[in-house]
Write a protein that binds this ligand. Structure first.
Ligand code: IPE
Ligand code: IPE
Ligand code: MG
Length: 235
């Protein structure tokens, strides 16, 4: 069995999962967050080296204040809990996206977690928070333009690797497998540059129910794919 080195997950369906149980959306987020606590250990047990999850998009600010506030509270809590998860799994954590939109105390917690976990490298865990692919590319282009203006970057020398190096995911391999839970089959502004050759796996299982057996199913399906990267496979 080939285990994908880098798995990216759009963790979707918390709200619908809660609604089906007659509960408020925020209850779904609490349970989704519980699952987020477990998924790193699951990924490590399955042999995955890089795990990237989409937890809050640049578009998710459009939700009700009550829902956004509930999510921010969960993220604060999660950053603290993640310190222990990173120690247990020898896991380095990076937050991708633009943290500047968050309250200063949440930004501090993010920084603390990133600094603490930077000593580890058995598992690399990326959490996308206030992340949008278009926003990431826009921020990257601004910095590139700034570097050109300063004379630190020659436009003629720009390659695909240069661009990758300006993205939030710099230094990380591209995802091999993308999973989206809860039935929707779209990217919703996630890692558009990085997913150029990634295999996609969609499941109807909602995020709070996505467990080790479901993760293993996705990897099994990945193994049946015929990856080509534009070339022709030898028989
Ligand atoms: C995913 O669940 C979590 C976030 C986007 C924060 P949703 O909140 O999108 O749940 P559904 O898609 O409405 O069911
Ligand atoms: C994508 O899910 C963002 C995250 C999972 C964080 P959404 O539920 O926000 O996406 P749409 O609105 O259904 O496309
Ligand atoms: Mg959703």
């Amino acid at each position: 069995m080939i285990v994908p080195r880098h798995v990216a997950i759009i963790l979707d369906g918390n709200g619908r999962w809660a609604k089906a149980k007659g509960m408020p959306r925020t209850y779904g987020h609490v349970k989704g967050c519980d699952n987020l606590e477990k998924i790193c250990t699951v990924a490590k047990e399955l042999g995955v080296k890089y795990l990237t999850v989409y937890a809050f998009s640049t578009e998710n600010w459009k939700r009700s204040k009550e829902e956004v506030d509930g999510l921010m509270k969960l993220f604060r809590n999660y950053m603290k809990k993640c310190i222990k998860i990173s120690r247990d799994n020898k896991m380095r954590v990076r937050v991708i996206g633009d943290p500047r939109a968050f309250d200063p105390d949440l930004q501090d917690k993010i920084r603390e977690l990133e600094e603490y976990s930077s000593q580890f490298d058995e598992l690399h865990f990326q959490i996308a928070l206030n992340y949008g692919s278009r926003d990431e590319i826009t921020r990257a282009v601004r910095r590139m333009a700034e570097d050109v203006r300063k004379g630190a970057l020659d436009p003629e020398s720009i390659t695909e690797d240069t661009i990758s190096g300006y993205l939030d995911t710099r230094g990380l391999p591209d995802p091999d497998l993308l999973i989206r839970t809860s039935g929707e089959e779209r990217l919703s502004n996630f890692l558009m540059w990085q997913l150029a050759y990634t295999e996609f796996y969609f499941t109807d299982v909602a995020w709070p129910d996505f467990d080790k057996a479901e993760f293993a199913k996705a990897i099994e399906k990945y193994n049946k794919r015929d990856r080509r990267y534009g070339g022709v496979k030898e028989d």
